[in-house]
Design a protein around this ligand. Structure first.
Ligand code: NAP
Length: 292
């Protein structure tokens, strides 16, 4: 069994990104990312901080806006339109979830799809599905890069994805069926409507667990030698920790790991890749701005 070290893979990938950022700097361009946070959700605030830190470490321009919880949808959209028009900004990300009085879909639609580095705009999702160049959604892209970096053969493998959300399950399944160097897999997508989940997961060469349920993938659900990618990030109470909880994945790591050929830990697996792919999309957007 081998543990895939997401931090290490992300670090290597960022090294390559830095070279592209230096080339852009030589042409007078600094990739700029605008991250917009509305309200005071502590988890969102910590994700936003991580994105700012990554930007600064790579020598990118970070434009963070922290807006009040009661901000109107109209005001948020007018701020997005300003960023759409700002040539220093190559990527715009609105941290989700938004307060309930704001319609997420309307906000995503307001982002110029050419700056939608989260890859959530329907134009980018559509381009991904038909296999055209686009901004790939960050967590699914990170998963595919992790698999490739570990030398795991995806092409021809049977991948079982547990979860069908718009940000993880559906896009990762779509990317895996593409006829390209990252995909070409046979994919089964499972969800709460699936009968006998374990029957499906046991057939998998690769399991991608993205259900958001702590420890739900148990050893009896995994074939000997399978690859297990754990996307879940779940808080479980832990009085021994200063903050009163710890983070665990969707996989019962201690029981499952010995059966696998490769497995990702939580934290330190998929998580570090997500921010790295966001930086990569922002750099790509800056590179495209020269071509245009
Ligand atoms: N590391 C990262 O960078 C990163 C990024 C994004 C998300 N995450 C984590 O990944 C997890 C999933 O996130 P998400 O946004 O995709 O979650 P989500 O929107 O809640 O979707 C969860 C999906 O899992 C399915 N599901 C839930 N319980 C299930 C069960 N018992 N059996 C089969 N399917 C089940 C749901 O099915 P239905 O559709 O039928 O309800 C749904 O499709 C969360 O823990 C999240 O924190 C991590």
């Amino acid at each position: 069994m081998q543990i895939i070290d997401g931090k290490q893979v992300a670090q290597r990938f960022r090294g390559e990104l830095k070279k592209r950022i230096d080339i852009l700097a030589g042409k007078g361009i600094v990739p700029g990312l605008s991250v917009i946070l509305v309200g005071n959700d502590p988890a969102s605030a910590s994700y936003v901080k991580g994105k700012e830190k990554a930007c600064l470490e790579l020598g990118m321009h970070s434009d963070n806006l922290h807006l009040p919880q009661d901000l109107s949808q109209e005001k948020l959209i007018s701020i997005i339109e300003e960023k759409n028009a700002d040539p220093r900004i190559h990527g715009i990300l609105v941290q989700l979830p938004l307060p309930s009085h704001i319609n997420e879909e309307a906000v995503i639609m307001a982002i110029d799809y050419r700056k939608d580095v989260d890859g959530f705009h329907p134009v980018n999702i559509g381009r991904m599905v038909i296999g055209k160049e686009t901004f790939l959604p960050c967590t699914p892209h990170g998963i595919l890069v992790l698999l490739k970096s570990a030398g795991i053969p995806v092409a021809g493998s049977h991948v079982v994805v547990v979860g069908r959300s718009n940000i993880v399950g559906k896009p990762v399944a779509n990317m895996l069926v593409q006829k390209n160097g990252l995909g070409n897999a046979t994919v089964t997508v499972c969800h709460t409507g699936t009968k006998d989940l374990a029957h499906h997961t046991r057939q998998a060469d690769i399991i991608i667990a993205a259900a958001g349920k702590a420890g739900m993938i148990t050893a009896d659900m995994v074939a000997e030698g399978a690859v297990v990618i754990d996307v879940g990030v779940n808080r479980v109470d832990d009085p021994t920790k200063k903050r009163g909880y710890r983070l665990v994945g969707d996989v019962d790591f201690d029981q499952v790991a010995p059966k696998t050929s490769f497995i990702t830990p939580v934290p330190g697996g998929v998580g570090p890749m997500t921010i790295t792919m966001l930086m990569s999309n922002t750099v790509e957007s800056a590179e495209r701005s020269i071509k245009e």
